[in-house]
Design a protein around this ligand. Structure first.
Ligand SMILES: *[C@@H]1O[C@H](CO)[C@@H](O)[C@H](O)[C@H]1NC(C)=O
Ligand SMILES: [Zn+2]
Length: 412
C-alpha cells in the first residue's frame, strides 16, 4: 500500500481507463532509471483498477482513510445534532412528523449540497389501519451525476434507508429503524461532495468522460412507507419501495441510452437498516454481491487497524464475514426495501444485523437514548469510505495532513 501510495504521488494519478493509463505513463517509463520498478508498479496498478462488476475499484490509501471526517456531535447529538436530532420524532406517513422530516432532508441538501438533484416520487395507498383514506407516501431521491452525462448515461451507487416510522406502538421513534441510517447517509453525502466537485472539475478540464467508470454517479434514496401499518404482508409494507421500483422500471430513457431506465442505472443498491446498536453483526447475505461486502469489510478493518474507529464490537467488526465461502450462502427471505429492486434485477448489499437487536427492535426502546453513538459514528465513516472508494476518489486524494510538499495533481 505504502508503495502504491508513493507511486501515485510521483506519477499523475489517472482514471481507470487503460488507454489513459498508458498514454500518461509511457513517457515516464522511458526516461526513468526506475524503469523496472515502475513497470512492476504499473502492472499492480492495472490489476487493482480492473473493473469489478460495473465499476472500477481502487482502494483508498491509508492517508485518505485518515482524512475522512469523523461524524461529530454537531451532527449526531441526539438532542441538538444537525443531521440526526430532527429525524428522532414519530414520522408516520400522513402525519405532520412525516412532513417535518421531509423538509429536514430537502433543506439540508438545498442549503449544503446544492449540486445534488432533488427528486420526489410520490404515491398514495390505502392501508389496513386507515380505511378508505389515501395515505401519501413520498420517496426522496438525492442524486449527483457527472456534469457531462446525459439522462441514462450514469451508473449510480445507490445508498438507501427508510425514513418513515412505525405507527404502533404509539410514540415509537425508530432510532435504528431507520433515523440513524438516514443521518449516516446524509453524513456520507456531505463528506464526499467536495471530492466529487474536485474530480468532476478536473475531468471536465481534461475532457474526460464517456466510459462507465468515468460516468459513475451516486444517489441517496430516503424511502417512505417501509413499515407495516398492521402486520407485515406483501401489501402492508414497503409502500414507497414498491412504488419507486415499479415507476423506475416503467420510465424508459430515450432509445440507445446507456441504461434503459432508472432501475437499470443502479450499479449497487446498498440498504442500511437497524444500524446503531453496539455489537450487532451484519452478515454477508448474497453471494452475487459478496465482493462488495468484502470491499466494505476491508474499509472497516483497515480503519480499525489505523485506529480511526471508536466502537469496540465484541466480534471485532461490524462486518465479520469477509471470508465466507460460496458454499455457506443460502437463500434468505428477508422483507425489506431492497426486495422490489432485487426482484427486478438490481444487485443488493443489505446492511442489516442478524439477529435483529432484540429488546430494541420495534419497541419503544428504539429511541435516541438507546443508540450506541460510537457505533453510529463509525458506520458513518465506513459508509463514507466505501462510497469514496467505489467512486474512484484516489484520483483526488488529499495531501497528507501536515506535509507541505507540492501536490502532484492530475496530468495537465
Ligand atoms: C410530493 O409530496 C410532497 C409532500 O409530501 C410535496 O412537497 C411535493 O411537492 C410532492 N412532489 C411531487 C412531485 O408531487
Ligand atoms: Zn421497522
Amino acid at each position: 500500500m505504502e508503495q502504491l501510495h508513493r507511486f501515485s504521488e510521483t506519477i499523475p494519478p489517472t482514471r481507470s481507463s487503460e488507454a489513459a493509463t498508458q498514454r500518461r505513463q509511457r513517457p515516464r517509463l522511458r526516461q526513468s532509471p526506475l524503469h523496472f520498478t515502475l513497470l512492476l508498479l504499473s502492472l499492480i496498478l492495472l490489476f487493482t483498477t480492473i473493473p469489478n462488476g460495473a465499476s472500477a475499484y481502487k482502494p483508498l490509501s491509508d492517508n485518505f482513510l485518515r482524512q475522512i471526517p469523523a461524524a461529530d456531535d454537531g451532527d449526531f447529538d441526539i438532542h441538538t445534532g444537525q443531521l440526526l436530532a430532527p429525524i428522532l420524532i414519530p414520522r408516520v406517513p400522513g402525519t405532520e412528523g412525516q412532513r417535518q422530516v421531509q423538509q429536514h432532508f430537502v433543506s439540508f441538501f438545498r442549503k449544503n449540497l446544492p449540486k445534488w438533484e432533488i427528486i420526489w416520487q410520490n404515491s398514495t395507498s390505502t392501508t389496513p389501519a386507515t380505511g378508505d383514506r389515501q395515505i401519501p407516501f413520498a420517496n426522496l431521491i438525492f442524486r449527483r451525476t457527472p456534469p457531462w452525462t446525459k439522462p441514462g448515461q450514469s451508473g449510480l451507487l445507490t445508498l438507501v434507508a427508510h425514513y418513515d416510522s412505525k405507527m404502533k406502538p404509539e410514540g415509537f421513534i425508530g432510532a435504528i429503524d431507520s433515523a440513524a441510517p438516514c443521518a449516516v447517509l446524509m453524513h456520507a453525502a456531505k463528506s464526499i461532495d467536495g471530492y466529487l466537485t474536485q474530480m468532476h472539475d478536473e475531468m471536465v478540464k481534461l475532457g474526460e468522460g464517456g466510459t462507465p467508470e468515468m460516468d459513475m454517479g451516486v444517489q441517496i434514496l430516503l424511502l417512505d412507507g417501509e413499515e407495516a401499518f398492521v402486520d407485515w404482508t406483501d401489501t402492508d409494507s414497503l409502500y414507497g419501495a414498491r412504488s419507486l421500483a415499479q415507476k423506475w422500471e416503467n420510465t424508459p430513457y430515450p432509445a440507445k441510452s446507456k441504461y434503459q431506465n432508472p432501475l437499470r442505472q443502479i450499479s449497487l443498491f446498498v440498504l442500511l437498516d437497524l444500524l446503531g446498536t453496539a455489537n450487532s453483526v451484519v452478515p454477508s447475505y448474497f453471494l452475487t454481491t459478496h465482493w462488495a461486502y468484502k470491499a466494505m469489510a476491508a474499509v472497516e478493518s483497515r480503519m480499525r487497524r489505523l485506529g480511526l474507529l471508536q466502537s469496540k464490537p465484541t466480534r471485532g467488526a461490524f462486518l465479520p464475514e469477509a471470508d465466507k465461502t460460496a458454499d455457506r450462502f443460502y437463500p434468505v427471505g428477508m422483507g425489506d426495501d431492497h426486495v422490489p429492486f432485487m426482484y427486478r434485477g438490481a444487485p443488493v448489499l443489505h446492511l442489516i444485523p442478524s439477529p435483529f437487536p432484540m429488546g430494541i427492535w420495534h419497541t419503544l426502546n428504539d429511541d435516541g437514548a438507546h443508540l450506541d453513538m460510537p457505533t453510529v459514528k463509525d458506520w458513518a465513516k465506513i459508509v463514507t469510505g466505501f462510497a469514496l472508494e467505489w467512486l474512484d476518489m484516489m484520483e483526488v486524494e488529499p495531501e497528507e495532513a501536515g506535509t507541505t510538499k507540492e501536490k502532484s495533481g492530475k496530468a495537465r
